[in-house]
Design a protein around this ligand. Structure first.
Ligand SMILES: *Cc1c(COP(=O)(O)O)cnc(C)c1O
Length: 713
């Protein structure tokens, strides 16, 4: 199968394959430059996929590159950096935690968005997990991540002429990705077996290298398995309950076993959302089988497990009938059997729909500490799980999410920051003082860059439409609705995220006549760009998408509304960097945190949002806008507030220009948003906080627990 060094490379540049097979390249400027320079047309053609590039690039080009001094200079520098990153030397972790060089931390998540070439994510949770791993690598945190290799990934979206979402599941071609078989310390390909519904399901383990961090991906699509077993890891978040339960059994139980077979013995086990909560069951089972009492085993597991909950939306918390769980696990237990029932009771919770096996309840009861992902979300979670929280001693913390700055910063903004904040600004980016320097950037320069980023976005949208036309002869109307009529000088509002009811993609259409006036204002028009996928089972989300698509074709809106299909990491980059305003209007308090607005803000795109999730903490009064209907509430009141903010604040600030054509008031806000958001809502601040508040107390806990045992002896 797939292995590093698939094709002989000139010896002077033979480590190109090592670089291509370590996704660290994707967030390092020098490493990216290596592949851009190697073959720029191929870089574009493959949507930035070095593994594919190394297959396609011609021998002549490789020979030429191997003799090109300038190329070799950046190649050598990238390789040297990669070696340094893998060792973790000189990073934050060894300084902060001397003496903990040998430990590892396991991080379980059902999805990881690491790069567009590895489609193993559906939305924000996956992007967060991917950003978390990248930042852990940058900080030298010894993280080992565990997830799934979904053989069909998440679906690719196209839109029919009627505006209906069409889903295509393309099999994931492992040979075009940096996946390799993970190997045991003895050099064998790693496979584990998990008993599900009386059948031993074989699970292959793949490795994705991410600098200092290893990401292991479980895969049941292997020959030894029955058809239903092979399909278990086919797609993310299967709707069918039994299949979902089986997936989660594989993730939790298979994940623990995989790490053990690979020779890892994590000091802390971090469950990122409830999907992986069977980790708790498997670890307790092992301890009980080795002779510990259930009570003692539970204590040990709690002292080394932490849990992050990510959503207050009930559908985000998986529940199953207890009998179903028992039957799936019937052949899993060894002897003795008395304690199975007691163990499964850890998952029972009545959320108003009867006593069900609830993955969040299991994760909370199996963890010694838990956290929510913003201050507001902590309060909501406290209320939702009030009967269970005493288990964690009420220890529910709030650690607000953040975004990985090197991943989300636009190259043109990066260059500007290098000039005005210092060439090493990325090394110090979570230091708020550093950001005072953004005021030194001349308005004209920053405005120029902002304009060029909008131009990239519109060029990208045209290219996207051109592809649709080439592939499917999309109609002229479809090309127009896809954004080819957009105007680079108009105030551009972006809305890109999963299409789901609580995010209210249609809020801005509450008063269509008023919106039409805004879009058509002579000399100061507004335009709206939407993107996002609805879950395949979410009919409401799809109908909402369809209504927006139809409005794109409504002449009242004059071609100033567009819907760009197939939102993914690649599209998201252009969106959060290229719009002028980023709109976020979820139904409070359902957005636990939200991260797309952070990505926009660090690039100087102004955030216009209700005070939910992170914006309740991030809004300072001068770094963006608040949609706030004061004492009133509900869709109409909030839409009214949104229109007022647009009419009275955003539109005037954008269109008021000085003698050189610069919107000065606007630029002052752009600088405020970059200054306040970048350091505080970076993944760097977030990962450091997890280490300080969640990991280090647990590591202390392990040492204390083993000391107690020794005294007992
Ligand atoms: C950041 C991101 C999200 C999350 O967006 P929210 O507005 O926080 O829900 C979803 N999808 C992609 C591709 C992203 O990059």
């Amino acid at each position: 199968m797939n292995s590093v060094n698939r094709r002989p490379l000139p010896s002077r540049i033979e480590r190109l394959s090592e670089l291509a097979f370590d996704l660290w390249w994707s967030w390092n400027t020098v490493a990216r430059e290596v592949f851009r320079r190697l073959d720029y047309p191929l870089w574009r053609l493959t949507s930035h996929n070095p593994v594919k590039m190394l297959d396609l690039v011609s021998d002549e080009r490789l020979e030429e590159a191997a003799k090109d001094r300038a190329f070799l200079g950046i190649y050598d520098s990238a390789i040297e950096k990669l070696v340094g990153v893998r060792s973790g030397k000189g990073t934050w972790w060894p300084q902060r935690c001397p003496g903990l060089a040998d430990i590892s931390i396991a991080y379980f998540s059902a999805e990881f968005a690491v790069h567009q070439s590895v489609p193993l994510y559906a939305g924000g949770l996956g992007v967060l997990a991917g950003d978390y791993c990248k930042e852990a690598s940058d900080l030298g945190v010894p993280l080992i991540a565990v997830g799934f290799r979904y053989s069909s990934g998440y679906f690719q979206q196209t839109i029919s002429t009627e505006g209906w979402q069409v889903e295509a599941y393309n099999r994931f071609a492992i040979g075009e990705t940096p996946l390799e078989r993970a190997r045991t310390p003895a050099g064998q390909p790693c496979t584990v077996v998990v008993q599900v519904a009386g059948e031993g399901i074989h699970v292959w383990v793949w490795l994705v290298r991410m600098g200092r961090v290893q990401l292991y991906l479980l895969d049941t699509d292997v020959e030894e398995n029955p058809r239903w077993g092979r399909d278990l890891s086919a797609t993310l978040y299967v709707g069918e309950r039994e299949a979902r339960l089986r997936q989660e059994i594989i993730l939790g139980i298979g994940g623990v076993r995989a790490l053990q077979v690979l020779g890892h013995n994590p000091a802390v086990w971090h469950l990122n959302e409830g999907h992986a909560a069977f980790v708790v069951i498997e670890r307790i089972r092992q301890l009980v089988e080795s002779g510990q009492s259930l009570e003692a085993a539970l204590q040990t597991i709690r002292s080394t497990t932490i849990f992050t909950t990510h959503t207050p939306v009930p559908a985000g918390h998986d529940t199953f009938f207890i009998d179903k769980v028992k039957s799936q696990l019937s052949s899993y237990w060894g002897t003795p059997k008395e304690w199975h029932e007691a163990l499964l009771e850890l998952g029972l919770h009545d959320d108003g729909n009867g006593n069900l096996f609830n993955m969040t309840a299991l994760a909370l009861r199996g963890s010694g500490a838990a956290n929510a992902v913003s201050q507001a979300h902590r309060e909501v979670t406290r209320h939702m799980f009030a009967p269970i929280l005493p288990v964690t001693n009420g220890n529910l913390q709030a650690i607000t999410n953040g975004v990985h700055i090197p991943t989300w910063i636009a190259p043109a903004i990066d260059t500007l920051l290098e000039r005005y904040l210092g060439a090493d600004w990325k090394e110090r980016h979570d230091d708020p003082d550093l950001w005072e320097q953004v005021f030194a950037i001349p308005d004209e320069e920053l405005w120029q860059v902002r304009q060029s980023l909008k131009a990239y976005l519109l060029a990208f949208i045209r290219e996207h439409a051109r592809q649709r036309w080439t592939e499917r002869q999309a109609s002229a109307a479809q090309l127009a609705f896809g954004g080819t009529l957009l105007d680079p000088s108009a105030l551009t509002i972006g809305f890109g995220r999963r299409f789901t009811e609580y995010k209210r993609p249609e809020l801005i259409f509450q008063d269509e006549a008023r919106l039409a006036r805004l879009l058509n204002a002579p000399g100061r028009p507004l335009q709206l760009i939407f993107a996002g996928k609805a879950h395949p089972d979410d009919g409401d989300g799809k109908r909402s998408l369809q209504r927006i698509y139809r409005r794109a074709g409504d002449p009242r809106f004059a071609g100033r509304i567009a819907f760009v299909d197939d939102y993914d990491l690649h599209v998201a980059h252009f969106f959060v960097q290229g719009c002028d305003v980023w709109l976020n209007n979820p139904r409070k308090p359902l957005e636990a945190c939200g991260t797309s607005g952070m990505k926009a803000s660090i690039n100087g795109v102004l955030h216009m949002s209700v005070a939910d999730g992170w914006w309740a903490e991030g809004y300072t009064g001068i770094n963006g806008w608040l949609i706030d209907p004061r004492e009133r509430s509900g869709d109409w009141a909030e839409a009214e507030s949104l229109y007022r903010v647009l009419e009275e604040q955003a539109v005037p600030a954008f269109y008021e220009r000085d003698g050189s054509g610069i919107p000065q008031r606007w630029m002052a806000m752009v600088k405020q948003t970059m200054r306040t958001v970048a350091p505080q809502f970076s993944a760097r601040r977030m990962v450091k906080q997890y280490v300080e508040q969640m990991y280090l107390p647990k590591v202390g806990g392990v040492r204390a627990a083993s000391a107690v045992t020794q005294e007992g002896n």
